[in-house]
Design a protein around this ligand. Structure first.
Ligand code: FES
Ligand code: FES
Length: 160
C-alpha cells in the first residue's frame, strides 16, 4: 500500500492538516476524519448526488474524489449553511415548500442548489430541473424541491 500523505485544505472556512491514506475518499474524509456527517453517502459510485459538496465553489461528488486530490482546495459542505436557529434562505425555502421527506437526498440537493443559485439565472423551471438532474430523490417527486429553489431564486435573498 502507498504511504500515507499529509494534505492541507479548508473546509467550511476552517483550515485542516491531516495525514490520510491515499485511497481515502473525500466523503469518508469529511464524515470519518472531520466528523462532518451532514454529507451523505448513497450509491458510492457517482449516480445519486447525495454526497455533493462544493469544491472551490463548484458542486462535485465527494464519493468520486480522493481526499489527497483536494490539497489546497476550499470545500463547502451542508454544515456551512444555516443553523437550526438561523436557516440559510435556501434551507428556509426547503422548509416552507416541504421540499424533503426522509431527508436523505437533502444535503446534496441543497449544495447543488447553492451552486445553481450562485452561477445560473434560474429564470425557468427547465433550468432548475436541468441543474438538479444529477441528484436523485426517492420521496418527493421533485416538484417541491424545484419550487423551493425557484422561490429562493426569485426572492434574490443574499446567497452566500
Ligand atoms: S454517494 Fe456519491 S453520487 Fe451517490
Ligand atoms: S427526501 Fe427522501 S430521498 Fe429525497
Amino acid at each position: 500500500m502507498s504511504p500515507n500523505k499529509t494534505i492541507h485544505l479548508t473546509v467550511n472556512g476552517v483550515h485542516y492538516e491531516r495525514t490520510v491514506e491515499p485511497r481515502l475518499l473525500l466523503v469518508d474524509f469529511l464524515r470519518d476524519v472531520l466528523d462532518l456527517t451532514g454529507t451523505h453517502i448513497g450509491c458510492e459510485h457517482g449516480v445519486c448526488g447525495a454526497c455533493t459538496v462544493l469544491v472551490d465553489g463548484r458542486s462535485m461528488r465527494s464519493c468520486l474524489l480522493f481526499a489527497i486530490q483536494l490539497e489546497g482546495s476550499m470545500i463547502e459542505t451542508v454544515e456551512s449553511l444555516g443553523t437550526v436557529d438561523k436557516l440559510h434562505p435556501l434551507q428556509e425555502s426547503f422548509r416552507e415548500y416541504h421540499a424533503l421527506q426522509c431527508g436523505f437526498c437533502t444535503p446534496g440537493m441543497l449544495m447543488t442548489g447553492i451552486d445553481l443559485l450562485r452561477t445560473k439565472t434560474l429564470a425557468t423551471d427547465e433550468e432548475i430541473r436541468d441543474g438538479l438532474s444529477g441528484n436523485l430523490c426517492r420521496c418527493t417527486g421533485y416538484e417541491h424541491i424545484v419550487a423551493a429553489i425557484r422561490a429562493t431564486a426569485k426572492s434574490r435573498k443574499e446567497i452566500t
